[in-house]
Design a protein around this ligand. Structure first.
Ligand code: ATP
Ligand code: MG
Length: 738
């Protein structure tokens, strides 16, 4: 028996060893798709003799990429694993553009415009031209067009309404602004890479295999990229699950699954059936949710684990009460399972990150460590953004937006009016702000804008700082650009600590720590990130650009821009409760999962058009749980607004699958939990000690117990038998059964 196939079932093994040129592995959550894909990569290298540097593996998130790298390293060793071209679509596309982008006129030191940059640019374009459209919708519509591969010219040619013409002009000006600042936005990374690979197929002539995880969420441009990556040998493996397609709102195309079968008629499909992740009861409830979509082909989730503990559906009074209950339940279950569960085993998955506030507050109050995933990023904090913007300008002085954000931070007495006037002057002269002020500072150009002496001094100081910092990046100053020293240089020249003290009297210390943390992380991340190798196979006949010292800074900034879901680059090992959006939790699993806010208006979201996608989102959330699953819903969303339980779980059939109280923990349930998580069962002594700690069970302060359904089963009520009538009444919540 091949050791690479150890621990795989027959269907998984046949997918790993399949000789099919084009392979689709389609299967429900927790059936081992990612495990199979990972094993297939190792198998192709170790048994089929593929060179790792000729294999492209695309994952959906950086975290997934990191996990896959870890697993492959375990099977193949670091040497081989590090050569794989493995990462998110964006990071793989970036690698090709860095190496070969010059073939289509992309400068090597291009920067990545993040969402803030894009918004600022579009806002300025709209203001300058007095357009009527709002910046946010304009940005997402442009992004939608790009995801479909539609250029500004193509869109202009097909638009026939006034607002479409307006959007086409914004789109076109936005592209020009990006180009002038030597920036690519996220969509451009993919689009320009398709352009590169279609015009210069030699860049991928060595590629032997392309493998893609979470395929159901690819968009049109990603589909084209996949085809272009694999254009030479047409060897593609994808894994996915149509029931987990949750990115339609960002132009993902579920039909890419069927399109692939039409474009590659020799596609072989393998289905995996068994679920290795969750307790039977969790699968029953998840299955009942997804089955409400009657248009989908029926598929069963087949458990391999025991039936386990029944999931909880809890109705609570307000959002704050709900948050407190979650915290109490974390502590209660952690104590009563006698050491089987720890903080790192819990995830709280949210429909939108805005729901996190009360939960964060409750966790912090109880002193429970937690980390936010997919929420406000470490890199988005105000003090961090300032330092990053300086680095962006140093890397890329033509980055107008970064320059505008920091030219007067800390203050150099350059007022907004002056900045606006300079910007107008630069735009009229079709040059970037940097070229303009550099010309002034070097005396090569006389300002048309009237600038106060103080402000002129400020501008000169700014130019000087950027120039001295850029000099530090020049090759003659040593091979290795040390980002730590560079950041230290900037902080010193800016007297940044004094600045923070002046502006943030209450918490300047924490902010100063953050900035120092950034400096440390920068020096580590530049050399050891997911993209560290930046390696691509050497292709004959096409020039490959070499790394220079300044590339390390570029690479670091690209990592920052692409690190969409990282809170802090460290802290992985600590035992922390995870708070995440359901979207960012895709592909992951936790022993215990809470999904709060399960009410109509939250899930399905009031602004969501596609309720099938909302249902799939709940399904994705529920199927992240291995042993314990809790859904909850506050009775009141705000002081006045009442809520009703989400229509996805309020049918009488659904309600029967949930328990209205938190689970009871006894010897058997603790054993079962240990079995599902493959953890040693605690000793009888420990379980007994935990059981005697029963005050936890009594201490559920807000128990709203579901009463019997009404005679005809058409409605039920939630109330609390422990509370006196008056209070109980005010907590009574009617559940309308569909
Ligand atoms: P999702 O659709 O949520 O991404 P998936 O199909 O990719 O799920 P994996 O994450 O690969 O599923 O696997 C789910 C869990 O089941 C993992 O903990 C994995 O290690 C385990 N698993 C998968 N296959 C087996 C197997 N044959 N034997 C034991 N455990 C397995
Ligand atoms: Mg997976």
């Amino acid at each position: 028996m091949d050791e690479l196939l150890d621990g795989l079932n027959d269907a998984q093994s046949s997918a790993v060893t399949s000789r099919a040129s084009v392979l689709q592995v389609l299967a429900p959550p927790g059936s081992g798709k990612t495990k199979t894909l990972t094993a297939r990569v190792a198998y192709l290298v170790a048994r089929e003799g593929f060179k790792p540097c000729n294999i492209i593996v695309c994952t959906f998130t950086l975290k997934a990429a990191r996990e896959m790298k870890d697993r492959i390293r375990g099977m193949l060793g670091h040497e081989l694993e590090s050569k794989l071209i493995l990462g998110t679509f964006h990071s793989v596309a970036r690698r090709f553009l860095v190496r070969y982008g010059h073939e289509i006129g992309i400068k090597k030191d291009f920067g990545i415009a993040d969402t803030t940059d894009s918004k600022a640019m579009i806002k300025r374009i709209i203001a300058r031209n007095n357009y009527s459209i709002e910046p946010d919708p304009a940005r997402s519509r442009i992004s939608g067009l790009k995801a479909k591969g539609t250029t500004a010219e193509q869109f202009a040619a097909t638009s026939n309404k006034a607002h479409q013409h307006e959007l086409a002009r914004i789109y076109s000006e936005y592209q020009e602004t990006l180009k002038a600042s030597n920036l690519l936005d996220y969509d451009d990374l993919l689009l320009r890479c398709t352009e590169l690979l279609s015009m210069h197929p030699t860049c991928v002539c060595n590629i032997e295999a392309v493998l893609i995880d979470e395929y159901q969420d690819t968009n049109n441009v990603q589909y084209q990229l996949m085809a272009l990556f694999a254009q030479k040998l047409r060897r593609i493996t994808i894994v996915g699950d149509p029931d987990q397609s949750i990115y339609g709102f960002r132009s993902a195309e579920i039909k890419n699954l069927y399109r692939m079968r039409e474009d590659y008629t020799d596609t072989v499909v393998i289905n995996l059936e068994k679920n290795y992740r969750s307790a039977g009861n969790i699968l029953l409830s998840a299955q009942a949710v997804i089955e409400q979509d009657q248009s989908r082909p029926s598929k069963l989730l087949v458990p391999t684990h025991c039936i386990g503990i029944q999931p909880t559906l809890r109705h609570l009074f307000t959002k704050d009460v709900e948050a407190r209950w979650i915290v109490e339940e974390i502590e209660r279950s952690r104590n009563l399972t006698a050491g089987v569960l720890n903080y790192g085993d819990y995830a709280i998955l949210l429909r939108t990150s805005t729901l996190s506030m009360s939960i964060e507050k409750a966790l912090a109050k109880a002193g429970i460590p937690y980390k936010m995933v997919g929420g406000r990023r470490f890199f988005d904090r105000a003090e961090i953004r300032i330092v990053l913007d300086y680095l962006r300008v140093i890397n890329q002085p033509d980055h107008n937006d970064a320059l505008i954000r920091v030219i007067n931070v800390p203050t150099r007495k350059i007022g907004d009016v002056t900045i606006k006037a300079l910007l107008d002057e630069a735009e009229t002269g079709k040059m970037t702000l940097w070229s303009l002020i550099l010309g002034y500072a070097q005396g090569k150009r006389r300002p048309r804008t009237k600038i106060a002496t103080q402000a002129q001094k400020g501008i000169d100081a700014f130019v000087n700082l950027i120039l001295t910092s850029r000099r530090k990046l020049l090759p003659e100053n040593g091979e290795q650009c040390n980002l730590f020293d560079l950041i230290a240089h900037i902080l010193k020249r800016l007297s940044f600590q004094a600045y923070l003290k002046g502006v943030h009297k209450d918490n300047w210390e924490e902010r100063w720590d953050n900035v120092n943390e950034l400096a440390t992380q920068a020096s580590q991340m530049a050399s050891a990130s997911i993209d560290d190798s930046d390696m691509l196979p050497v292709v004959e006949g096409i020039e490959q650009r070499q790394d220079t010292a300044a590339d390390i800074l570029s690479k670091f900034l690209a990592n920052v821009a692409l690190a969409t879901e990282v809170e802090k680059p460290d802290g992985e090992d600590q035992q922390q409760v995870t708070i995440s959006t359901i979207h960012a939790a895709k592909g992951l699993e936790w022993p215990a999962v809470f999904i709060p806010g399960v009410y109509d208006g939250s899930i399905p979201h009031s602004r969501a058009e596609d309720h099938d996608e909302e249902r799939r989102l709940l399904y994705v959330g529920m199927t992240r749980a291995q042993g314990l699953l809790y859904l909850s819903c506050p009775h009141k969303q705000s002081s006045s607004e009442e809520t009703t339980v989400s229509k996805f779980v309020s049918t009488s059939r659904m309600l029967k699958l949930f328990s209205p109280q938190g689970p009871t923990f006894c010897q058997q349930t603790i054993r079962d939990l240990g079995g599902i998580l493959a953890r040693p069962c605690p000793t009888m002594d420990l379980i007994e000690a935990a059981r005697t700690n029963e005050e936890w069970a009594e201490d559920i302060r807000y128990p709203l117990t579901r009463m019997e359904m009404d005679g005809d089963g058409s409605s039920g009520a939630w109330s609390n038998p422990h509370l006196d009538d008056a209070r109980s009444k005010c907590l009574d919540v009617n559940v309308t059964v569909q």
